[in-house]
Design a protein around this ligand. Structure first.
Ligand code: ADP
Ligand code: MG
Length: 266
């Protein structure tokens, strides 16, 4: 399963694909992200682990404009997320500019969120046609190719309800790729799957990684993190507790909180 590279947009500069500087996020009085600093390099598979409620999803949602950060700076591919900087002043981007930034980021959720009334092919074609105003012929050709790549070339006419959870999640990945993102965010993409279906989704993610896609993966699949990940961050209670190469962090954690978490999931 190679050749996804064709659908991967190279980063526009050598800068980090994602850079967070002192990122905070509060919901009312609840202080959720408490100063996140990290860098995700182009082509990197960046794994994010941590206990439930530590702020992992919130962080991904900030990258993808689903939430607005409360303080700090967040950059994607060298561009400030949601703002334009002019001198030392910041201006909020207009809706259209936000939409343009979001277009470059693909996101895959725990729940597949496919459109139930559309076939697999139509699901994958939808955004390029509706958002990018691409011709149906071009969108269909790419959708077909992407579904082939995720191993579903023979399921293009199936509706979500006719597909297994693993197949639906692979359609969801193909759908995100159809927008030719430069960054893919995965939020526990296999957590809702029956155990026997996890492998087929991780295999697709591994292929994507081999083709050079920049990926941030929130996961409890430590095997995947160890084998495919380039970096790993352990987050707890809204802070980065520990980071490094996945093998190092997983086999030789330095902090008690990391040790305690890993002893529960490994
Ligand atoms: P994780 O993905 O690591 O499990 P989340 O980012 O989903 O953690 O959540 C972190 C904390 O933020 C949780 O306590 C959650 O209840 C809270 N939270 C998330 N979204 C909202 C929201 N929209 N409003 C209020 N609290 C929220
Ligand atoms: Mg979460």
């Amino acid at each position: 399963m190679s050749g996804l590279a064709k659908d991967i947009t190279p980063p526009s500069s050598g800068a980090p694909m994602v850079k967070a500087e002192g990122v905070h996020k509060s919901f009312g009085l609840a202080h959720i992200l408490k100063g996140i600093d990290l860098e995700v390099l182009p082509r990197e598979v960046f794994c994010l682990i941590g206990p439930s409620g530590s702020g992992k999803s919130t962080f991904l949602r900030c990258i993808n404009h689903l939430e607005k950060i409360s303080a700090g700076r967040l950059y994607v591919d060298g561009h400030l997320v949601g703002y334009r900087q002019h001198g030392d002043k910041l201006y909020e981007l207009k809706e259209k500019e936000v939409a343009a930034q979001r277009r470059d980021i693909g996101m895959v959720f725990q729940r597949f969120n496919l459109f139930p009334h559309m076939t697999a092919l139509e699901n994958v074609m939808e955004a390029p046609v509706q958002v990018k105003r691409e011709s149906k012929a071009v969108a269909r050709e790419r959708a077909q190719r992407l579904l082939d790549r995720v191993g579903l070339g023979d399921r293009t006419g199936h509706y979500p309800a006719q597909l297994s959870g693993g197949q639906q999640q692979r359609v969801a990945i193909a759908r995100a790729l159809a927008m030719q993102p430069k960054l893919m965010l995965f939020d526990e993409p296999t957590s809702a799957l029956d155990p026997e279906l996890v492998g087929e989704v991780l295999d697709v993610m591994r292929d994507l990684a081999e083709d050079g896609m920049t990926m941030i993966v929130v996961t409890h699949e430590m095997g995947f993190a160890r084998e495919v990940g380039d970096s790993l961050v352990f987050m707890d209670d809204g802070v980065v507790v520990e980071s490094g190469h996945p093998r190092d962090v997983l086999t030789n954690p330095q902090h008690d909180r990391t040790k305690s978490f890993l002893s529960k999931v490994l």
